[in-house]
Design a protein around this ligand. Sequence first.
Ligand code: FAD
Length: 486
Amino acid sequence: MKRVIVIGAGISGLTSAVYARRSGFEVVVLEKAGSPGGVSTTWSRKGYTFEGGVHWLIGAKEDLPLHAVWIETGALQENNPVFYKDPIYTLVDDAGQMFLRRDLEGLEITGLRDKFALALLRFHLGCFRHFHSPIMDMPGLKSRYPRGFHPMEFVRMLPAVIMTPFLLLESATGYARRFKNPRIRTLLGAVVDPDINALSFIYTLSTFSAGDSGYPRGGSLRMAQNMADCLTSLGGEIRYHTPALSLSREGDAVCVQTASETLQADAVIISMDARKAIDKLFGEPLQERWAQRMRKHLKTTQCMFIGLGIKADLSAYPRSMQLVLPRPFTVAGITYKTLVVNNYAHETAYAPPGCTVLTCLLHGDSYAYWAAAKSDGSYAAKKQETIALLIDRLSDRIPEVKTFVEVTDMATPLTYERYCDTYQGSYMSHWEAGKRVPHAPMRYAPGIYFTGQRVSLSGGLPPAAETGHRTAQTLCKDFGVEFVCR
Ligand SMILES: Cc1cc2nc3c(=O)[nH]c(=O)nc-3n(C[C@H](O)[C@H](O)[C@H](O)COP(=O)(O)OP(=O)(O)OC[C@H]3O[C@@H](n4cnc5c(N)ncnc54)[C@H](O)[C@@H]3O)c2cc1C
């Protein structure tokens, strides 16, 4: 039996581990943290559960190829049925509320320019209706349950393929600017980061309009734990609190050094952030052109996450809000005029009876600010200041927050770096308008593979699963092993 070591029990690492194990490899996963899931995680504080990962899962819908991966890896089971929210977001401002629904019916179209912009948006969503990342066998793979790509699938995806080059050149914000009504522009701004390309914006929105993208109840950790349990039930092993420190070669074998031992394997799959791995894992930093490009050009997606436990029932408020703040505020040099707030009042298991969890993501590059605060000793105080500021501004729209806040918690990019060792606390790849994304090769050298967020152009859970699936296939092909997916 060939042995493979997977570095990292995030979603990509677990995906490749499950498929490698199903295909007959002996699998050992080394994870630096104490639980599975990587940046896609959920945690509890004094009776409140904070969802710090998945907000929508692409491939939740049964007829999509990606759904098969979520089933085969054990991610989706009976214990985490998927909830499909509609509206996707609700704008809350002085004028009241406006809804971004899956069918776009809630948008308040005020003039000819908006009518045209809406027609174009519907057209683009129509083009992407059948678009999906193909989950299929790579050429030359021996597969026990062959999975091909039907030419009709390509025909159905052709409109999206044709639109792609145009959408890649434009940012999500630029796309939304077609609408004259500023409220619509603000509402659409909740979907993805503003400087991300319009392709990611349209693709994400199209998954909602096609009835996909739901929230697996129980959250990120339950989903990741399901995958970890799937792996161990198949005979795979996960060692938590066991960071891989370095890689070396001994003949055909690849050796992985941990704090206490040297493990030998026939292959290693690196699912930790490749940007970190190229400088840390190989003794000498890698100098290949792709590694140098990554060092020079990589952009990160960072956020500050704030979770609030409120001793009040907030179920009268919308689930996912884009709040327009009457009084903007500035943190880490970034001014926030709007705030995306997730309201978990309907997830009754996330808070004590009659209480509610709210979470906010403050997007933007704040790593340098928090790193400086850490080194001058003001990190904890600055976190408290930020939380107090956020509570104050949030209270303008949700007054209960100020009076009834009971528990607060905050993660900065340094938190993501500390727990998951991601580069500058990045939680997924960042695909800007008109830019190329530097990425790592899937097969770096014989027996050494990369998978996860830095192998793909786009970011999030689907690329984590797709790259994990493809890396396992590459491994099987290289070792002449039959790929078994279920
Ligand atoms: C707040 C938030 C909201 C999000 N919302 C969504 C969403 O709604 N939909 C969506 O699709 N995506 C979402 N994402 C993004 C998505 O969760 C990530 O892109 C994805 O989980 C990345 O998976 P990964 O396996 O590539 O990387 P990671 O999660 O970074 O996994 C890498 C793993 O390697 C481990 N590791 C690192 N170094 C070592 C080492 N030396 N030895 C051993 N182990 C190591 C880490 O601890 C980690 O477990 C969100 C992320 C965040 C943070």
